[in-house]
Write a protein that binds this ligand. Sequence first.
Ligand SMILES: [Fe+2]
Length: 348
Amino acid sequence: MRFLPVNQLREGMILGQELQDASGRMLLEKNTRLSKDNISYISFLEVTGLYIADDFSKDVEIKEIIKPEVKKSALSLISTLFGNPSGEGSPEEEELKENVHRVVEDVLNNRDVAYNLMEVRTYDDYTYFHSVNVGVLSGVLGLQCGLTDDELEELVMAGFLHDIGKVFIDPTIINAPRRLTEEEHVRMMDHPAEGYNFLRDNFDFSENVLMGVYEHHEWYDGGGYPCKKEGKEISKFARIIKAADVYDAMTSKRSYHEPYLPSDVLEYIMGRSGMEFDPKVVKTMVQELCVYPVGCEVELSNGERALVVENHRGYSLRPTVKLMSTGEVIDLTGDRSSWNITIVKLLV
Ligand SMILES: [Fe+2]
């Protein structure tokens, strides 16, 4: 399978992965041969790209840290909760905890799997995908930061719920495709406290979960909100969620920006280490996150184009690639002859 941006999709291509929305509704089935109408529909949904099955990429395996069914149930729980926070049919605490437990199990079992794939998600379901991703990425970072299994469960829960307070803010502010006015911005900054209050009043979560939500916009240098806490005054849960939140938001398509490349976002986060972000979390992030997702095309310094076929944890700039011209597979970490080849660009 390989990932192709929407503008490179052509009629007759075969869909390598089903396309669903956050509530689990099937939009296009796996193995669909794309028609012109399918492609217009995909563009309308503002999906950034899709996985396509073809001969060249048939050996490329896209490994996910959490199982698709675990992710699917997480998305469904989160979309129900955010859609109707304390109403009928809203998930119970036990259901959320059970799902978080399965996420942490997968994170622990897949510690060798590199975090990064090009996610196929619909634009309108951003909040749900974002919440689940922040939970999973926080779990991956928390594991490497030495958190216990119990702490990881609290951290993933806080990651899932970090923005729940936004459901209490006027949607015209949340979805405004423009710069917010001063007054709107001040209201927007209430969402961590709104989330904290809602969770405290309706659930029995630990203080760690609550503080992870309440402090996820605090900055390491004291420049954040709501309390302008700094350094280790901010809970370690919130310091991890803060970095995961920014990483996922910047690599996603939003009304006010196209997705930034993973490498650009990592550079941004590294540049703000010690200011916006906890330096220890930044260091972990740089070690854990791969810059070139498997299944994506890249341009090499020798002018060739290649497909990323495998990532190596800890060597985020040097994956194994397959040359588009000859099909030759080169391990940029291990092959001696390739030391002078670098990747110059991710083509998505
Ligand atoms: Fe937030």
